[in-house]
Design a protein around this ligand. Structure first.
Ligand SMILES: [Zn+2]
Length: 261
């Protein structure tokens, strides 16, 4: 006769947080020790001594389901809104706490109105997703990202047209998995502006890799602070690219400094 199997212990929720900066989250495990190891792998550099671990029975029912952030907020957790950066906690509607000496009456009024009807249920997101303080904030962020994407797509198409104008015989590289072509737009004082564009192309005689036409804003963090778009290629292809450029130069126009995206 076989020995009856011991019933498995249920999965329980534990809060695991890093001991210094208190970042962490909820993990589910059968024992506290297992939860600590699991949490340390995520938030404590794989070192169980770097995290604290405590039981959070309210989160048991979310095992193998997305844990909504609003439930965490209602249980004392706090997050930063990805859209406006505000700290999301249960005190969010208390606008008085957030006003500083530099805030005008208008700022205070705006804050008071914005979160007048706010409850933790307004928070968008779950434990491992982007988190927004409200649907309005998410909508504004979505619109901003879409506008950036449009600017980036336009900059890429302008640069690709420049490449084909200068080198009509090349093949544009459109390997989106490897971020080719690439553009980056972000918000600056005068609105959304493109900071960087790079489009790649294969040219006759190429052996090592595609050449590119690239531009970096002088304000971008790139190491190369030039204002004009420039062509570049792999070191090993330099002679081939220069020969190809020389052979095609007659019909071509070099990019000018008016060619900014
Ligand atoms: Zn927000």
């Amino acid at each position: 006769m076989k020995k009856p199997k011991k019933p498995k212990r249920p999965m329980l929720a534990f809060a695991v947080t890093e001991i210094d900066d208190h970042t962490g989250g909820i993990v589910w495990a059968r024992t506290k020790k297992a939860a600590r190891i699991k949490g340390a792998a995520r938030w404590g550099y794989d070192e169980p001594a770097y995290v604290t671990c405590r039981r959070e029975p309210w989160a048991d029912r979310f095992h193998s389901k997305p844990l909504p952030v609003w439930v965490m907020v209602a249980n004392g957790w706090h997050f930063d809104c990805l859209g406006c950066g505000i700290r999301i906690d249960e005190d969010l509607p208390n606008w008085q706490d957030r006003c500083g000496a530099d805030d005008t009456f208008r700022d205070m009024l705006r804050e008071a109105r914005r979160y007048r009807k706010w409850t933790p249920q307004c928070v968008i997101g779950h434990q491992h997703s982007d988190v927004f303080c409200s649907q309005d904030c998410k909508d504004a962020d979505d619109a901003y990202r879409a506008a950036c994407k449009r600017k980036e797509a336009h900059a890429i198409s302008v640069f690709q047209a420049k490449v084909l104008k200068r080198f009509p015989g090349v093949t544009l590289v459109t390997d989106r998995d490897r971020m080719h072509p690439h553009a980056y737009a972000t918000s600056r004082k005068r609105g959304i502006v493109v900071q960087q564009v790079s489009v790649e192309f294969e040219f006759p005689g190429m052996r090592y890799g595609p050449a590119s036409l690239r531009w970096d804003s002088p304000f971008s963090s790139s190491y190369r602070k030039v204002e004009k778009p420039y062509f570049s290629c792999c070191n090993g292809d330099r002679a081939a690219f220069e020969a190809y450029a020389a052979a095609t130069r007659r019909a071509a126009q070099e990019p000018t400094d008016r060619d900014h995206p």
